[in-house]
Design a protein around this ligand. Sequence first.
Ligand code: DX5
Ligand code: ZN
Length: 219
Amino acid sequence: MKIKLAPSLLAADFSKLGEDIKGIQSYVDMLHLDVMDGHFVPNISFGPPVIEGIRGVTDIEFDVHLMIEKPLSYIEKFVIAGADIITIHVEAPDDTAKCIQLIKSLGKKVGIALNPDTPPYSIKQFVDEIDMVLQMTVFPGFGGQSMVKQALENIPLIREMIGPNTDLQVDGGIYTENCGELTALGANVIVSGTGIFRMPNPVVAALELRKAAIAGQKA
Ligand code: DX5
Ligand code: ZN
């Protein structure tokens, strides 16, 4: 499956988002936007106004990762702001099937995310309806954490469940050094925040991440 890189904006410089996005956009496949509400996760990031603002400076695909307790009430606002893919957590209290239907009815791609300790079978009933699964490789809430190894066991199980044509994204603690391990297990969409935006040269970091991801896939 095609390797896709999705830098997480959470690690960019918030005083110059437009500049950071323009610097990286030709070297990556989508932009990963981490939305946190202080309820589903113990942190607050940004919401639709920021996404609408950066939509004005780039045409790159916006991959919106909703770490929020009540996605159902906000999905439409994210679509209006410019989201192309909307990922909701299976652990969120809102009805997952309803969220999926709403995102699809608005003409957008759907992802389902699961935390490192959520059993893969909890998403099984939805796999025919979705475009992407997001296996968290850290517990969501903060950038810059170390990868939780427990999550790796889920990757081959999910790949088997979704088949070869659905994207399998991994997110959290990913760098050139460990990225090949994830693609060898079956992941094909790589999120990296610290590993791209906090590196001395984000473009070089993105090129190296892609190289490592492709090498892992061939291994
Ligand atoms: C964690 C977020 C991740 C995170 C990735 O809650 O979903 O996208 O920002 O950042 P790094 O690559 O720094 O772990
Ligand atoms: Zn994320």
